[in-house]
Design a protein around this ligand. Structure first.
Ligand code: NAD
Length: 495
C-alpha cells in the first residue's frame, strides 16, 4: 500500500483547507527519506478551526445519544474498511513495525471508537431526589463545549482517538493539533468522520508546530477545555496557557514505569514480559517498562535472560512482518537516546547488551539493557523514550516498593509474583495510574488510562474519560408552588 505524497494540510469545517504556513516534509525514520509534504497551519487557521467548532457545538450537543452513536459506529466501520491505509500511513510516518500497527495501533483505535459508539447511549444524569423537602434536585451532565486537544507522535492514531472520540460521544466539538511530524492518520480520521456523517465543524484538525500553532490552540480564549498528551515539560506549558483563561485541562504526560520482580516470580514470564514491555514501539511508549527492580536472588538470572532475548530481536525494515523493532522517530531522538546510554557507565551503569547503532540507513538503535544502574543516574531518573531497560536489585519487599515509587512519574507499573498477598500489597502501594500483575502493557477500551504526579491527571479511555468532557449541572425545582417559600423568612418577615 503506497502513501500519498501530498497531504491535506488541515481539516476545518468538514473540508480540507490550504494553509499558509511553511512547507513541512514528513520523514520516514526507517530510511531518512521524505514520504509526504504539506503546508503547516498558522495561528489564523487555529482561529478559523475554533470558530467552526464553536458554531457546530450547539447542534451537535443537542443531537440525541442515538444520533451521536450512529455516527461513531459508522466511523468505526469506515476505519475498519480503510485499515490498510491507516496502517500504511502510521508505518510511513513513525517507522513502527507493520506487525504492531496491524495488531495494536489500528484495531485498538477502531475498538475504542466502537466502545464510545456504545457508551454515548449510556450517558445519563443522576436520579432525582427531594433533599430539601421542598425541591426536586437532579443532576444534568452536559457537554462542556469546544475541546482543544494536542497529541504526540508515538501513537498518532491512538492518541487522536483517545482524545477526540469520547469528546464527540459526549457532545463536544473538537480542534486537534497532532504532532507536525505525524499528522497523516489524524487527518484521515477527520475525513472518515465527515464521511460517516459527522456534521461540519464538529471535528477539526490544525497541523503545525508546537511553538506557534500549539501555543495558539492551548491558549485560545474560545475553547472550554484543553486536553494534552505529550511530555511533562510541554504539558505544563499547555496548562499555563490554558490557565490564562481559567480553562480546564487534562494532561497525559511522561512515565518511567517500574517493573518489580519478586523472588517467587515465574522468572521466564518476567524475562519475556520485560523485553516485550520495554521494547514495544521501540520503547517510545509512556507506559513502557523502563526500570526493572529485581529480587537479589533472581537478579543475575534475570539480567542474563533479558540480555539473551534482547540479543535475538530483529531490528530493521518496519514494512517486513518479521521485524520486531523499528527505528526511533528521528535521528535527533536516536542521538539523544544514544547519548544517555553512552553516559550511563560514568554513572555506574553496566551496558549488558545493546548500546550500539546498527549499520542500517534509518534512525535505528539496538535493544539495550543497563544493569547495576545508580538510583541517581540520568538514565534511571529521566525518560529515555527508547529501547532501553535499566535493572537494579532490591533487598526486601519494602525496598522494592520504595524503589518503584522513587520517581516523579506515576503512569504505570507492574509487579511479578505468585503470592497473592504481595500482588495485592504492590497494587495498593505502588503509586501509578495502572498497576499490572504478572504482565506489563495491555490496555483495554473499557478501562481508564492516566497518571498521577508528573505523569499528569485525568483519564483517557473508558467511561471515566467522560468526566473530562462533561460539566455537572444541578437543577433544583420547587415542588410546593407556594409564593412564600419556607426559607424567605430568613431574608424578610411578612408584614
Ligand atoms: P511533546 O510534548 O514534545 O509534544 C506533544 C505535542 O505538543 C506535539 O503536538 C507538539 O507539537 C506540541 N507542543 C510542543 N510545544 C508546545 C507548546 N509550547 N504549546 C502547545 N503545544 C506544544 O511530546 P512528544 O515528543 O510528541 O511525545 C513524547 C512524549 O509524550 C513523552 O514524554 C511520552 O511519555 C508522552 N506520552 C504520554 C502518553 C500518556 O498517555 N501519558 C502517551 C503518549 C506519549
Amino acid at each position: 500500500m503506497s502513501v500519498a505524497v501530498n497531504v491535506t494540510s488541515s481539516w476545518i469545517n468538514g473540508a480540507p483547507v490550504t494553509t499558509a504556513g511553511a512547507t513541512h516534509q514528513i520523514i520516514d525514520p526507517a530510511s531518512g527519506r521524505p514520504v509526504a509534504e504539506y503546508a503547516l497551519a498558522t495561528p489564523a487557521d487555529v482561529d478559523n478551526a475554533v470558530d467552526a467548532a464553536r458554531q457546530a457545538f450547539p447542534a451537535w450537543s443537542k443531537a440525541t445519544p442515538a444520533e451521536r452513536s450512529a455516527v461513531l459506529a459508522k466511523l468505526a466501520e469506515l476505519a475498519d474498511e480503510h485499515a490498510d491505509q491507516l496502517i500504511a500511513e502510521e508505518v510511513a510516518q513513525t517507522g513502527k513495525p507493520v506487525r504492531l500497527a496491524t495488531e495494536f495501533d489500528v484495531p485498538g483505535s477502531i475498538d475504542n471508537i466502537d466502545f464510545f459508539a456504545g457508551a454515548a447511549r449510556r450517558l445519563e444524569g443522576k436520579a432525582s431526589a427531594e433533599y430539601s423537602g421542598d425541591h426536586t434536585s437532579s443532576i444534568r451532565r452536559e457537554a462542556v463545549g469546544v475541546v482543544a486537544t494536542i497529541t504526540p507522535w508515538n501513537y498518532p492514531l491512538q492518541m487522536a482517538v483517545w482524545k477526540v472520540i469520547p469528546a464527540l460521544a459526549a457532545g463536544c466539538s473538537v480542534v486537534i493539533k497532532p504532532a507536525e511530524i505525524t499528522p497523516m492518520t489524524t487527518l484521515t480520521l477527520a475525513r472518515l468522520a465527515t464521511e460517516a456523517g459527522l456534521p461540519d465543524g464538529v471535528f477539526n484538525v490544525v497541523t503545525g508546530g508546537g511553538a506557534d500553532v500549539g501555543t495558539a490552540l492551548a491558549g485560545h480564549r474560545d475553547v472550554d477545555v484543553v486536553t494534552f498528551t505529550g511530555s511533562t515539560v510541554v504539558g505544563r506549558k499547555v496548562m499555563a496557557a490554558a490557565a490564562v483563561h481559567g480553562h480546564r485541562t487534562q494532561l497525559e504526560l511522561g512515565g518511567k514505569a517500574p517493573f518489580v520482580v519478586f523472588d517467587d516470580a515465574d522468572l521466564d514470564a518476567a524475562i519475556q514480559g520485560a523485553v516485550a514491555g520495554a521494547l514495544i514501539n521501540t520503547g517510545q511508549d509512556c507506559t513502557a517498562a523502563t526500570r526493572a527492580i529485581v529480587a537479589r536472588d533472581l537478579y543475575d538470572d534475570f539480567v542474563a535472560g533479558v540480555a539473551e532475548v534482547m540479543s535475538k530481536i530483529v531490528v530493521g525494515d518496519p514494512h517486513d512482518p518479521d521485524t520486531d523493532l523499528g527505528p526511533l522517530i528521528s535521528f535527533a531522538h536516536r542521538d539523544k537516546v544514544a547519548g544517555m546510554v553512552a553516559r550511563a557507565p560514568e554513572q555506574g551503569g553496566r551496558v549488558v547488551t545493546g548500546g550500539v547503532i546498527p549499520d542500517l540507513p534509518g534512525a535505528f538503535y539496538r535493544p539495550t539493557l543497563i544493569a547495576d544502574v545508580a538510583e541517581t543516574s540520568e538514565v534511571y531518573r529521566d525518560e529515555v523514550f527508547g529501547p532501553v531497560l535499566t535493572v537494579r536489585p532490591f533487598a526486601d519487599d519494602d525496598d522494592a516498593i520504595r524503589q518503584a515509587n522513587d520517581t516523579v512519574y506515576g503512569l504505570a507499573a507492574s509487579a511479578w509474583t505468585r503470592d497473592v498477598y504481595r500482588a495485592q500489597r504492590a497494587s495498593r502501594e505502588i503509586n501509578a495510574g495502572c498497576v499490572w500483575i504478572n504482565d506489563h502493557i495491555p490496555i483495554i477500551s473499557e478501562m481508564p488510562h492516566g497518571g498521577v504526579g508528573a505523569s499528569g491527571f485525568g483519564k483517557d479511555m473508558s467511561d471515566y474519560s467522560f468526566e473530562e468532557y462533561l460539566t455537572i449541572k444541578h437543577v433544583m425545582s420547587d415542588i410546593t408552588g407556594a409564593a412564600e417559600k419556607g426559607w424567605h423568612r430568613t431574608v424578610f418577615a411578612q408584614r
